[in-house]
Ligand binder design. Structure first.
Ligand code: GLP
Length: 253
């Protein structure tokens, strides 16, 4: 694992943007796994700037999003479809036919999940998977207890995640209780994973992920087994790491 500790969120976002930009420049037809949540927003802002100012070309990339709420239509303002188009895809030159986001309204969810797995395979597998982390150590919507070998499927969200997400909905009762999510095994098949953790709400999850035992109770701990896991955290998220000073510390430029 390559762990880099940065002073703050902006610095993590700068570094993440460098990594993703470099991936797309080196391999214009990269398959990129995108994540939602507030954490990658700084990264997406920078990718949009790199497209506008430096011509970063997204036209040949293929994208797969990690997850989507079950029961929200793509135009619902809390759906992950809406999130991705509003915060990234609408502002760069992605080719819509190459964009994949799980369908929260699929009639046959199981068949959809199988199809999603096949599409990832047909695309040649994911080159770089971007990941946030839940306060309880979930990745995508693989909640504690998720099989570490799991594939794309429907999951019930935990009370903690429902509470964390309630702030985005006018009425907490509207928060979807289920999601379609890539499995932990699907994520581990990516050739590289880039996990971002920022703020004090992530300190315990980052400590468990980097220094705890590998356990299904903290699904993010599986990244310890990945051959190319790159973890970017800020001082707040890194606050309780025992090997804190062994990890790279990057000073502001
Ligand atoms: C949701 C998403 C995850 C994301 C997590 C953290 O649960 N399914 O992919 O990592 O939220 O979100 P945030 O970055 O807003 O803390």
């Amino acid at each position: 694992m390559l762990v880099e500790v940065f002073p703050d969120y902006e610095a993590i976002s700068d570094r993440a943007a460098e990594i993703v930009t470099d991936q797309i420049r080196r391999k214009p037809d990269s398959v990129i796994g995108f994540a939602t949540g507030s954490t990658p927003l700084g990264l997406y802002k920078r990718l949009i700037q790199n497209h506008a100012k430096h011509g970063l070309d997204f036209s040949k990339i293929t994208t797969f999003n990690l997850d989507e709420y079950v029961g929200l239509s793509p135009d619902h303002d809390q759906s992950y479809h809406y999130f991705m188009w509003k915060n990234l895809f609408d502002h760069v030159n992605v080719t819509p036919a190459r964009v994949h986001i799980p369908q929260g309204m699929a009639d046959d969810v199981d068949a959809f999940c199988e199809w999603y797995e096949r599409r990832i395979e047909q695309a040649g597998g994911i080159d770089l998977q971007i990941l946030g982390i839940g306060g309880n150590g979930h990745i995508a919507f693989n909640e504690p207890g998720s099989s570490l070998g799991s594939r794309t499927r429907i999951k019930t969200l935990t009370q903690k995640t429902l509470e964390d997400n309630a702030r985005f909905f006018d009425d907490p009762a509207e928060v979807p209780r289920y999601a379609i999510t890539m499995g932990v095994g699907t994520i581990m098949d990516a050739r590289k994973v880039l996990l971002l953790g920022s703020g004090s709400g992530k300190t315990a999850a980052i400590k468990a992920t980097l220094e705890g035992p590998i356990t299904a109770m903290v699904p993010a701990t599986i990244v310890q087994l990945h051959r190319h896991a790159h973890i970017l955290v800020d001082e707040a998220a890194a606050a309780t790491l025992e090997y804190r000073h062994h990890h790279g510390i990057t000073e502001p430029k």
